[in-house]
Ligand binder design. Structure first.
Ligand code: ZN
Length: 86
């Protein structure tokens, strides 16, 4: 049986991929949380789990636009740690 998962767009490279392949980042009432399960409420952005896409998303302000939140160095570090752990 084939199961289709929702398609989401990476804010870094712009590629469309299965939601499960992407890292979800959520602005949860002013706190930026990495949400691997894709379950948390709030404004979310999707990112391929690699540093290239994180760099692109941050340098072009796409991540901050998507989340309506400024991406500080601290948040950047948090996301890059998550990517490296995967
Ligand atoms: Zn990407």
């Amino acid at each position: 049986m084939q199961r289709r998962s929702p398609i989401r767009k990476c804010v870094g490279c712009g590629d469309r991929r299965d939601k499960i392949e992407l890292l979800r980042i959520v602005n949860n009432k002013g706190e930026i949380i990495i949400d691997p399960g894709g379950k948390l409420p709030g404004r979310g952005a999707y990112l391929c789990p690699n540093m290239d896409c994180l760099e692109k998303a941050v340098s072009k302000n796409k991540l901050s636009d998507a989340l309506k939140f400024e991406i500080s160095d601290e948040i950047y570090e948090k996301i890059s740690e998550e990517i490296k752990h995967d």
